[in-house]
Design a protein around this ligand. Structure first.
Ligand SMILES: [Zn+2]
Ligand SMILES: [Zn+2]
Length: 343
């Protein structure tokens, strides 16, 4: 079968690879659609260390092709989305079925070969069956929505709260949509490019701030009559944005830190004490009910992810797909691929 393989820094090629083998409690999934995530492009450029050669990718959807011993055979043919982190199944935490908290949990595409191929083996517990009318190209975009749910769940947004979302990448956009659904009053979003605000507004943002052109703290202060935001969600991972969170959060406000990069500034403890704030540090998608509920939001049409998809490629053109993501070419937001290029 054909597979995208990262062979070294900045190098990706499509190779013939052996078919995956089914084992007890695992299944083989025919991949129908996959999306490019920040992790994949960071692996390519070296911001995330990867043991080469490696098949990248972890955000995908498809159909069960084959089941191993111990798995219900009627699953064959079922359309599915797939949770991307593989629990070890062998530690005390996994024995308690708290798979999400497994300390040895590993991300597909990084620690083991991933989904940018035609068929892939995954544990049956990672499957999230999807209705036929949620197409694979939408279900391969569940991760940012699951990260959004894992964050918004904790924040208990009250109807009418002023919510500020810093960064409008796929995760920031999903966060804005979910904050709007949760009853945000003023919903202010920031980014360094204007194009993306069209989606932000369609998804419920009431105010947009281009941080290249407007002063963040001044503008938030003006928009809130000096009260600042009840809830601040930092998704950009940029040092300037992460360094400003306390200046835009009202006293006793709630702060969620989600964006991730190696060069983030340390959080200043004393100013945090003075704010008497509540901090939620959110590392990932939860993987425990969030995928299922994200799918429900798609199925009911409360969230429509089509606006996120700016580029579509066939697996054979993976080099161009990753390059488009890496350099955010042509207003790239989400890039999806399929084995044939059809969706
Ligand atoms: Zn991802
Ligand atoms: Zn474990």
């Amino acid at each position: 079968m054909r597979a995208a393989v990262l062979t070294g820094l900045g190098q990706v090629e499509v190779q013939d690879r052996p078919e995956p083998e089914v084992r007890p409690d695992w299944v083989i999934v025919d991949v129908e659609a996959m999306s490019v995530c920040g992790t994949d492009v960071h692996q390519l450029e070296g911001r995330i260390e990867t043991p080469f050669p490696r098949v990248p990718g972890h955000d995908f959807a498809g159909r069960v092709a084959e089941v191993g011993e111990g798995v219900d055979p009627s699953l064959v043919g079922t359309p599915v989305a797939v949770k991307p982190s593989l629990p070890c199944m062998d530690c005390p935490v996994c024995a308690e079925k708290n798979f999400d908290e497994c300390p040895k949990k590993k991300l597909m595409g990084l620690w083991s070969d991933g989904c940018m191929t035609e068929r892939v083996a995954v544990p049956a517990i990672n499957l999230v069956p999807r209705p036929e009318d949620v197409p694979a190209w939408q279900a391969c975009l569940l991760e940012p929505l699951a990260v959004g749910l894992n964050t918004i769940d904790r924040l208990n947004i009250r109807l009418g709260d002023t919510v500020l979302v810093l960064g409008q990448g796929p995760i920031g956009l999903c966060m804005a949509r979910l904050a709007a659904l949760s009853g945000a009053g003023k919903l202010i979003v920031t980014d360094a490019r204007d194009e993306v605000f069209e989606i932000s507004r369609a998804w419920g943002a009431t105010h947009t701030i281009n941080v290249r052109e407007q002063d963040l703290v001044e503008t938030v202060s003006e928009l809130t009559d000096g009260l600042l935001a009840d809830v601040v969600i930092e998704t950009s991972g940029y040092p300037d944005s992460a360094g400003a969170v306390l200046d835009v959060l009202r006293k006793k406000g709630k702060l969620a830190m989600v964006g991730f990069a190696k060069d983030l500034p340390p959080l200043p403890i004393i100013p945090m004490l003075m704010k008497t704030l509540t901090l939620y540090a959110v590392g990932g998608n939860g993987g425990f009910g969030q995928y299922e509920r994200a799918l429900e939001l798609l199925h009911t049409g409360r969230v429509q992810l089509d606006k996120l998809v700016t580029h579509r490629f066939a697996l054979e053109d993976v080099a161009e797909a990753l390059d488009t993501g890496l350099h955010r070419k042509d207003g790239a937001i989400k890039i999806i691929l399929s084995p044939t290029g059809e969706f």
